[in-house]
Design a protein around this ligand. Structure first.
Ligand code: DC
Length: 230
């Protein structure tokens, strides 16, 4: 909590394509906070596992790698539409994190409890710096259970598929709505055990709402909360 009654750490969890990244980035910008998309750590590790030819069932090697590699998430260093820059041992791997290969394997890597424990400490280290909006799957429940403002986003499978489909088409990718919908169902099944709704989170249903509308709601909730704490 800071002197204006604003929380030091805000967590936003929810399933794939529930709007976490868009809303997290917008909210952070409004508050002047750091935006930290924790999924990039799982994506970075997955990229390195594939690049180094580590077998997808070699958990010990993955955990070693997670401990040994220096992962940094910095404000964007290149003006190509990115929200941040990710370095692995000093090398910029930001663009590789959204590749099909990483997309296809990240749920497998992130399902191992040992991998999650290894990356949890890296996430905490960044979160404890404060004035941060952390976005992920288990941030409010496992990574930062003491965070003072937690949000859990929900949206229907159809709405989430529509959002992801529009996003991919806007990037020029030739995908069908049906394949995007199926991919999301698959991702949901794989991520199910690690997408955790904290008991003390504000649950926000985002169907039919624009990001600006949801952010306005969240800012109003923060304001209301700050007033009661003053
Ligand atoms: O949010 P995303 O699509 O970038 O997440 C990529 C993968 O990482 C996804 O399979 C879920 C996983 N993840 C996780 O298990 N815990 C987090 N805190 C963030 C992401």
């Amino acid at each position: 909590m800071n002197d204006q009654g604003l929380p030091s750490v805000i967590t936003i969890d929810g399933p794939a394509a529930s709007g976490k990244s868009t809303l997290g980035a917008l909210l952070a910008r409004h508050l002047g906070y750091t935006y930290f998309d924790t999924g990039v750590l799982y994506r970075a590790l997955t990229y390195l596992v594939l690049q180094r030819g580590i077998a997808l069932d070699d958990v010990a090697a993955m955990v070693r790698l997670a401990h040994d590699v220096d992962l940094q998430v910095l404000p964007a260093t290149v003006d190509d539409g990115r929200q941040y820059t990710v370095l692995a041992d000093g090398e910029d791997i930001t663009r590789q994190l959204r590749s099909q290969e990483v997309e296809r394997h990240v749920s497998i890597v992130s399902a191992y409890p040992e991998v999650r424990t290894a990356l949890r400490d890296q996430q905490r280290r960044i979160g404890l710096q404060g004035r941060v909006v952390m976005v992920g799957r288990d941030i409010g429940s496992v990574v930062m259970p003491d965070a003072d403002f937690k949000i859990f986003l929900l949206a229907s499978p159809e709405e989430r598929a529509r959002r992801r489909y529009n996003e991919l088409r806007a990037q020029g990718q030739e995908v069908s709505y049906e394949s995007v919908y199926r991919d999301l169902q698959r991702r949901d099944a794989l991520d199910r055990h690690n997408t955790l709704q904290p008991a003390d989170a504000y649950v926000v249903h985002t169907d039919g709402l624009t990001p600006t509308e949801v952010v306005s709601t969240l800012l109003a909730m923060l304001e209301q909360r700050a007033r009661t704490l003053r």
